[in-house]
Design a protein around this ligand. Structure first.
Ligand SMILES: Nc1nc2c(ncn2[C@@H]2O[C@H](COP(=O)(O)OP(=O)(O)OP(=O)(O)O)[C@@H](O)[C@H]2O)c(=O)[nH]1
Ligand SMILES: [Mg+2]
Length: 296
C-alpha cells in the first residue's frame, strides 16, 4: 500500500521555507532571497521515494496584510493549510530565542484550528551559537501539545533535512499517489521562469523596488533548432521605478537579464534568449483587476 501526504510549509516571512523546499527537492524550485516576502504564490514540490509521495506546498510568509496583493498572498497560505494532511511550521530559531517564545501569534491560531498533525521545524540552527539555547523552545513546544514532532535543522546547510523527511513519511496517511512519481511540480516552466526573473530583481535592488515589481511571461517559444525565446514584462508601479530597473544606458536591466538567464538555463537545461520589457502599471498591488490578471 502506498502512502501520500500534502504538507503545507508555513511560517513567518524569511524563516527559510523556500530554502527548505529546495533542500528537500535538491533543486532550485522556489526562489530564495535575503528579503522577507519573497514568495508570493503557492509553490508545489513533489518528493516520491519508494512507496511514499510527499507533496510540499511552500507558501508566502504569514503577515498582517496591508494591501490587496498581501491579502491574496495570505489567501494562498489559508488554502494550503486547508489542503494539508500535515503542517510544517518553519521558525527562524535565532529570532525565536530573541523573542523567548516559539509560539508566534502570526501563525498560531491558523495552524491550531486546522487540527492536523503538525511538525515544528526549528530552522537556521547554524546561526544559533549555542545549540542548548534552543532547548527551552523545544520544551515550550512539547508543553503546548500542538506539535506531533519537533526537529532542529539547517535548511541552508542541508542538515537534518533527511531526518525531517523520515518523520514526515512516517506521518503520511495510506493512499494512492496524487502525481506521477517522476513529477517534481505541477507548475509550468513559464511560471518558474517568471519567478526566476523576479528573484533576480529582488537580489539586485533594495527597499521598495522589488516589492513593487511583478513579472509576466508574454512569450515562451521552444525552438528545436536553437535557443528558446522567452519574452517577459517586468511590471512596476511608477515611472521612477522603471528608470531604476532600466538603469543608466540599460545597465541594470541587462544585469537582471543575465542573472535570470543563468538560473533559467540551468532549470530548463536549455539555452534561452531572454527579452525583458519594463512597464508601468500604476498601483497594481492594490488593483483587483490587475492582480487577477497576474494570478493573484
Ligand atoms: N543561516 C541560515 N540562513 C538560512 C537558512 N535557511 C534559510 N536561510 C536564509 O534566510 C533567508 C530567507 O530564506 P527563504 O527561504 O527565502 O525564506 P522564506 O521563509 O521562504 O521567506 P518568504 O518567502 O519571504 O516568506 C535567505 O537569505 C536564506 O538564505 C538556514 O538554515 N540558515
Ligand atoms: Mg519563500
Amino acid at each position: 500500500m502506498t502512502r501520500c501526504a500534502t504538507i503545507a510549509i508555513v511560517g513567518r516571512p524569511n524563516s527559510g521555507k523556500s530554502t527548505l523546499l529546495n533542500a528537500i527537492m535538491q533543486m532550485h524550485l522556489s526562489i530564495v532571497t535575503a528579503k522577507p516576502q519573497t514568495t508570493r504564490k503557492r509553490i508545489l514540490g513533489i518528493d516520491t521515494t519508494d512507496d511514499v509521495q510527499l507533496i510540499f506546498l511552500d507558501t508566502p510568509g504569514m503577515l498582517k496584510p496591508r494591501y490587496k496583493l498581501q491579502r491574496s498572498m495570505m489567501g494562498f497560505v489559508e488554502e494550503s493549510l486547508d489542503e494539508a494532511d500535515i503542517i510544517c511550521v518553519v521558525v527562524d530559531t535565532k529570532k525565536a530565542i530573541e523573542r523567548k517564545t516559539v509560539l508566534d501569534p502570526l501563525w498560531l491560531e491558523a495552524v491550531k484550528k486546522r487540527k492536523r498533525p503538525t511538525v515544528l521545524v526549528l530552522n537556521k540552527m547554524d546561526a544559533v551559537g549555542i545549540r542548548k539555547e534552543a532547548l527551552p523552545l523545544m520544551e515550550e513546544a512539547r508543553l503546548s501539545g500542538m506539535f506531533e514532532k519537533a526537529i532542529a535543522i539547517s535548511a541552508k546547510d542541508n542538515k537534518y533535512v533527511d531526518e525531517l523527511l523520515v518523520m514526515l513519511r512516517e506521518l503520511a496517511p495510506e493512499g494512492p499517489f496524487a502525481f506521477d512519481p517522476e513529477a517534481a511540480s505541477d507548475q509550468t516552466d513559464r511560471f518558474f521562469v517568471g519567478e526566476f526573473i523576479r528573484e533576480s530583481v529582488f537580489k539586485q535592488f533594495t527597499e521598495e523596488v522589488p516589492y513593487a515589481t511583478e513579472v509576466m511571461i508574454t512569450e515562451f517559444k521552444e525552438n528545436p533548432e536553437g535557443k528558446w525565446y522567452i519574452g517577459a514584462d517586468v511590471i512596476v508601479e511608477r515611472d521612477n521605478q522603471k528608470a531604476i530597473i532600466i538603469g543608466a544606458k540599460g545597465a541594470a536591466l541587462k544585469k537582471i537579464g543575465e542573472t535570470a538567464r543563468a538560473t533559467i538555463e540551468e532549470y530548463l537545461g536549455h539555452a534561452v534568449y531572454l527579452e525583458l520589457y519594463v512597464k508601468v502599471r500604476s498601483d497594481w498591488r492594490n488593483d483587483k483587476a490587475q492582480l487577477n490578471s497576474m494570478g493573484y
